[in-house]
Design a binder for this molecule. Structure first.
Ligand code: ADP
Ligand code: ADP
Length: 226
């Protein structure tokens, strides 16, 4: 069995049409899997069901053999990164990154150490006292990355994380995320509508169309298939 398993998963928001249909998908531990497809093809719905934000209408999703429930992602060791960063504006960078730790029973000294390490990883150690609004878009997204990684999750979900950045920074951040994936050995499920991004970053790509997976394979497989 895979680290993550979707078995015959369907999702309908209105009881008539399906945002996701007959989804069967297995994700291996440590894999970088990208959900690629046009707007409205069901990528975010799939990610949100795995995160526990949405409940499948039918079917089962398991993470390490256990059915996904609706606990907050960080309480299930899942890190999340969104396109709009979703940082807390009234908190400093350090407080933002500490947040997933501060809601658990972890002592202060340990939190400080881990936050420092996470900020180091995204090269933002010297910005710990700033507010998110005092940072560039790229820096804000690196804070969000640090916050998603600080509790050493086994699974990180990313929904168009680079969508708000310009092309040059986007390409730089693709490499940075790939390096973190390799270094940490974490499992990543990544959503994008950008084909070149999917092909550059992923171990495997699931091509979504009309709520289902139209193709699934490594970038080489997809590139060489007519
Ligand atoms: P993608 O991420 O590929 O753009 P989505 O999963 O967001 O696709 O959307 C798939 C379909 O489900 C679309 O038709 C969309 O309008 C619909 N949908 C998504 N979220 C909701 C929601 N919260 N309520 C109702 N319909 C939704
Ligand atoms: P931002 O302030 O938008 O986060 P930074 O100045 O922090 O952007 O740069 C983020 C990363 O992108 C840095 O590691 C930097 O080396 C790299 N970078 C910035 N500009 C360029 C460029 N023109 N070419 C290649 N890499 C760049």
């Amino acid at each position: 069995n895979g680290f993550v398993e979707f078995t015959d998963v369907e999702k309908s928001y209105d009881g008539r049409t399906f945002a996701v249909t007959r989804l069967n998908l297995s994700v291996a531990r440590g894999e970088f899997l990208t959900l690629l497809g046009p707007s409205g093809s069901g990528k975010t719905t799939t990610l949100n069901m795995l995160a526990g934000f949405e409940r499948p209408t039918r079917g089962v999703i398991t993470l390490e053999g256990r059915s996904v429930d609706r606990l907050p992602p960080y309480e299930r060791n899942i890190g999340m990164v969104f396109q709009n960063y979703a940082l807390f504006p009234h908190m400093t960078v350090e407080e933002n990154v500490a947040f997933p730790l501060s809601v658990r029973k972890i002592d202060k000294a340990d939190i400080t150490t881990r936050v420092g390490r996470a900020l180091d990883m995204v090269r933002l150690k010297q910005f710990g006292d700033r507010r998110p609004t005092q940072l560039s878009g790229g820096q804000q997204q690196r804070v969000a990355l640090a916050r998603a990684l600080v509790f050493e999750p086994s699974l990180v979900l990313m929904d168009e994380p680079l969508g708000a950045l310009d092309k040059k920074l986007r390409e730089h951040m693709q490499l940075e995320i790939k390096q973190l994936h390799t270094m940490l050995g974490v499992t990543i499920v990544y959503v994008t509508h950008d084909q070149s991004e999917a092909l550059t970053m992923s171990d495997r790509v699931a091509v979504f169309n009309n709520g289902g997976i139209a193709q699934l394979g490594s970038p080489d497989d997809l590139y060489n298939t007519p």
